[in-house]
Design a protein around this ligand. Structure first.
Ligand SMILES: [Zn+2]
Length: 258
């Protein structure tokens, strides 16, 4: 399984930066988990191939690129862009984003080939198929309806937490997979911003360490994502000094073969 966290920010030389404002994870150049920066930094090949977007939740940093991704493709689509989401997420998208005030209601629009958007609703804690991937949704602990995912291509199986504070279900789901290959976990704030992390339902390095205590797989890579860009260096240094076994910082833009 090929996994890439798309870059979302440029440095002072106009090059992709390690700072992550927006989140979009691309699997096998074909399926997107979240669409934070999907329109901005995906490759032409990814833009041509990705027709399935699985949302973890509807916060702006996870959907900012969604309207523009559909807009870019509007005239050339020969089938709809499929948005996989819970009913709560779909309701929020239709009410607050695709409402003609912020952006067109694409779900009502068609091109010469038919509808350009199709919502694929899934129930919380369900399993569904997206392209070649089998996906299990696991509700996590965030401010809005939010899902983590266990994603399998039949060979590799990875867990992606999405945005979450302390939770048990995603770790139980990880533990139920005998051959889990890797975990991608959020860590948004440094330890000294623990109260902000609490109020916004995110993790800090200290809380990440205790969360990972719930994971029974001890010899697999755990990649940290979703670090608030202004605190990135601080979070990384706390993670490194926290001596959390197996934890790596996911390199933005790099294609990982899992
Ligand atoms: Zn969020």
């Amino acid at each position: 399984m090929k996994i890439q966290l798309l870059p979302s920010t440029i440095d002072e030389n106009g090059m992709a930066s390690a700072r992550q404002h927006l989140l979009s994870i691309i699997i096998d150049d074909k399926v997107a988990i979240d669409a934070g920066c999907l329109a901005f930094s995906c490759t032409d090949r990814q833009r041509a191939q990705i027709r399935d977007i699985v949302l973890t939740h509807t916060h702006l940093d996870h959907i900012a690129g969604l309207p523009l991704f559909i807009d870019d493709l509007f005239a050339t689509l020969t089938g709809p862009v499929r948005i996989h989401a819970t009913s709560e997420m779909i309701e929020i998208l239709e009410r607050d984003i695709f409402n003609w005030s912020i952006y067109p209601r694409f779900s009502e629009l068609s091109n010469d080939h038919g509808p350009v958007v199709e919502y694929r609703e899934f129930a919380r804690d369900s399993r569904f198929q997206v392209e070649h991937l089998s996906i299990q949704s696991v509700a996590v602990n965030h401010k809005v309806s939010a899902s983590g995912y266990i994603v399998s291509d039949g060979e590799a199986t990875v867990a992606i937490t999405g945005d979450t504070a302390e939770t048990d279900e995603i770790w139980q789901a990880c533990n139920a997979v005998s051959n889990l290959s890797a975990v991608f976990v959020e860590c948004a704030f440094p330890d000294e911003l623990g109260s902000l992390a609490s109020v916004s339902n995110h993790l800090t390095p200290g809380r990440l360490k205790s969360e990972l205590g719930k994971l029974k797989h001890k010899n697999i890579p755990v990649f940290v994502i979703n670090m608030k860009p202004m605190y990135r260096e601080r979070i990384i240094s706390q993670i490194r000094s926290g001596d959390i076994p197996g934890v790596e910082i996911l390199e933005i833009g790099k294609v990982y073969e899992i």
